[in-house]
Design a protein around this ligand. Sequence first.
Ligand code: ADP
Ligand code: MG
Length: 291
Amino acid sequence: ATPVAIMVGTGKGAKLGILFKSAESLENLHNSEVVLLDKTGTITTGEFNVREVVSNKLSKDEFLKIAASMEKNSEHPLAKSIVRYAEEQGLEIEEAKNFKALAGLGVIAEVKGKNYLTGNLKLMMEEEFDTSEYDNYIEEFSAKAYTTIYFADEDSVIGIISLSDTLKDSSKEAVEELKSMGIKVAMVTGDNKKTAETLGEQLGLDEVYSEVLPAQKEQIVREHIEKGQRVCFVGDGINDAPSLARADIGVAIGAGTDIAIESADVVLIKSSLLDLINAIKLSKATIRNIK
Ligand code: ADP
Ligand code: MG
């Protein structure tokens, strides 16, 4: 495109809260063949609410106290809502020791001299915990697209907490629009398989990748590129930075983390996926103007 067409496109974008960092991103976005979407914070708002607390081993309060103490040091949105919920219940939260975040999996910490582990099903499988006594709950909660995390002590699973995230109003429409433009739409998430699949069905996604570690997100981007597809990745988190950098076009969304914004080619200031549609249309219009 001519410098003038680029200037016009960039200016129109800025007014809509769509920041193109380079001429190439404005020129190339409309060529995208596959859009890979992060789930939490991108398709959903990432504001979790505790819905279910189940322990077959401890009283609900005892269990919740351990859970909140473990999560107190975690930056993860799941953790923050568990701590808030426990506080609302008037529970006293302990100082945890030896806290360690396991990216894309969960957390380990010591509470009152005992070691605990929390995280997704994948982590429990890796650590060879038997989760089967909670299977009935998981089935019920996953069907509601809740995110469920497990808690275990040194011997066995002590309970689960299930949280709802909120689908952004704009997400379903945006997915439909992308598909009608002939673009394949997939979701990539670290969340449990069943939860991810429920959401995938609700949105009509072409593909769903779940239980994915941060490094594997980038691998998925690379595999699509190697198949010769032009890939657009949309995400908001630290976890997404490598994928945003790897994709043909990386799009950071909303009040994303600084590192996500730095790694992206396009930034959608408002947190709506419909602005991805607007950005693609702007890209098309910019190219048309030069012809
Ligand atoms: P996403 O890809 O959905 O943004 P993350 O990669 O941040 O998710 O996390 C993937 C999964 O790891 C979560 O769905 C959760 O099961 C588990 N997890 C991450 N952090 C924590 C935590 N602080 N406590 C419990 N589980 C966690
Ligand atoms: Mg995210």
